[in-house]
Every structure is written in structure tokens, then in C-alpha cells.
Design a protein around this ligand. Structure first.
Ligand code: PAF
Length: 278
């Protein structure tokens, strides 16, 4: 059956009140790929009713970022979600989510200023604000999100805890192409040679795991070898960081369970990826 398409907040709230069972929610900005679809599949397994939102949230882009060119294809998204038998697709308009007199922001301190927050200082404020609004409208039991945006996951879990929302986030594994490139809507911006260069993100993370397996634990030394690999592929590093997955604080020595995340500019596209060191 085709999912019911809902583009008004009011209608979504009315329908939500009538829903029974466990509600699973997958927030997205559309232009869906297998990564998003894996979240939907997980939601279908764990909940009774699945709602997917599609909203390119302007407040998480800064003025010099790609809001106007962000890829969109709502017809294809609907088709993919129909194939997965999603129950509802919520795609509100900008005017509804951010009316002219909009004044309230949700801001998580400290953990939004590190990693991606250093070069995107207002990004997470946009993410937390829109997700808080979506939680209020959809009132989900479980939210399904990918670990590719690992910092986003940690920030949103903190928000949910701090604001006593009655929901929880299920973090789902990164989905990769066969050659290791993490799926991202932004991969679409890459030329075929850029696409090849972009493999250096995953390759450098695998190198870190290999070095750790061989006994190297110094974060500086590992970051330096990752840097060489990435720069040899003509890509520009925004950051590479080794950190504690709970606090996001830098750790000087790798230990099992720590994360390494990176953001790299390939051609003009900023891509992110991360790995759990085991
Ligand atoms: O991860 C995303 O696609 C977005 O940041 C989200 C969570 C849908 C909020 O706009």
C-alpha cells in the first residue's frame, strides 16, 4: 500500500493521536539512498507504524553551504518508501516549520562545538531545533538514525535526555558502497575522479584500525599517517579526531571502543565518515 503523504503539521498531529502501537520515526532530508532505507528497514522490524519525514532543514546550513543545491527528488523518495511499505511520509513546508515569527532555538552545549561543530558552528543548533520540533509533532517511541553522522547521534541523544523527551534513538551501522565509500546524498556532487579520491576517507579509517591492530596507539602518530594517505589523494582535511564516543573528548591513545571521525573536502564537497576501533 502507498504511504499516506502528509504535508501539514496539523494533519500529522491529528493522525498521530489516532495511531496505536509502537511508532518508529526516520527523520531525513530526502534524496534517499540505501543508508536511509536501512534505517526504514530497521524501523519496520522494531516498531508497528513507521513515519519518515522529508524536510531539507534550512537552519542547519550556513550561508556559504549547499542549501540551494542540496539534491532533491521527492517522487523517487516516495517510490522507494512505497516499496518498503512505510506507513506515513511527513513532508512539511518551510513556512510551516519556520513561520516568520519563529524565535526559539534548542542548543546543546559543548559537544556541538567540537569535531564538525568547529567548522560548522551553527549546524547542530539547526539539527537539534528541527528534531525537537519533529519529536513534538510525531511523538515517536523510537527514532532511527545512522552512525555516519556520529556526532549528530550523540548530540541528539543528549538533547533527548536533557529535555526529558519520551523517545529514544536507535543508532544504525553505516552503509557503504562495495568499495567502502559511505553512502551520502552529497556523493552525488562528485565527478568520477572525485568519487575515486573519496575512497581515501574509508581507506584512512581502515589504516587506523590496521595500525592499532599492529600495536600502535598514539593518536598523533595514527592521525599523521591518515593525513598522509588523504593528502596523497589531493583531498583537504577539515579534521581527523580520535575521541571517546560518549563525551566526544579527544583521547591521546587509542583504546578499543574509541571512535575516529573525519571530515574531508573532496573537490568542493565536504564528506564525513567514522570508525569504531575494535
Ligand atoms: O541527518 C539528517 O539528514 C538531518 O540532519 C536530520 C536529522 C534529518 C535533521 O534535519
Amino acid at each position: 500500500m502507498k504511504p499516506k503523504l502528509i504535508n501539514s503539521i496539523e494533519e500529522m498531529s491529528v493522525i498521530r493521536k489516532q495511531l496505536k502501537g509502537k511508532i518508529g520515526f526516520v527523520p531525513t532530508m530526502g534524496f534517499l539512498h540505501e543508508g536511509h532505507l536501512s534505517l526504514v528497514k530497521e524501523a519496520k522490524k522494531k516498531t508497528d507504524v513507521v513515519i519518515v519525514s522529508i524536510f531539507v532543514n534550512p537552519t542547519q546550513f550556513s550561508a556559504n553551504e549547499d542549501l540551494s543545491t542540496y539534491p532533491r527528488n521527492i517522487e523517487r523518495d516516495i517510490e522507494l518508501l512505497t516499496n518498503l511499505e512505510v506507513d506515513y511520509i511527513f513532508f512539511p513546508t518551510n513556512e510551516q516549520m519556520y513561520p516568520d515569527d519563529f524565535k526559539t532555538w534548542v542548543n546543546v552545549d559543548k559537544i556541538t562545538q567540537v569535531l564538525c561543530g568547529k567548522s560548522r558552528p551553527t549546524h547542530f543548533r539547526g539539527v537539534t531545533t528541527i528534531v525537537a520540533k519533529l519529536i513534538n509533532i510525531i511523538d515517536p517511541d523510537l527514532i532511527f538514525m545512522g552512525e555516519k553522522d556520529f556526532q549528530q547521534l550523540v548530540v541528539l541523544k543528549q538533547m533527548i535526555k536533557d529535555l526529558n523527551f519520551r523517545t529514544d534513538i536507535v543508532g544504525c551501522s553505516i552503509v557503504r558502497e562495495k568499495d567502502g565509500l559511505a553512502l551520502s546524498s552529497r556523493n552525488k556532487y562528485l565527478s568520477s575522479s572525485g568519487r575515486k579520491k573519496a575512497l581515501c576517507l574509508n581507506k584512512s579509517l581502515l589504516l587506523a584500525q590496521k595500525l592499532y591492530n599492529e600495536g600502535l596507539t598514539s593518536s598523533n602518530e595514527i592521525i599523521s599517517q591518515m593525513t598522509n594517505l588523504i593528502e596523497n589523494n589531493e583531498c583537504i582535511i577539515d579534521y581527523i579526531e580520535v575521541f571517546d564516543p560518549k563525551t566526544l573528548e579527544h583521547i591521546p591513545e587509542l583504546v578499543g571502543g574509541c571512535r575516529i571521525a573525519l571530515a574531508v573536502i573532496v573537490e568542493n564537497t565536504r564528506l564525513i565518515d567514522n570508525i569504531k576501533i575494535v
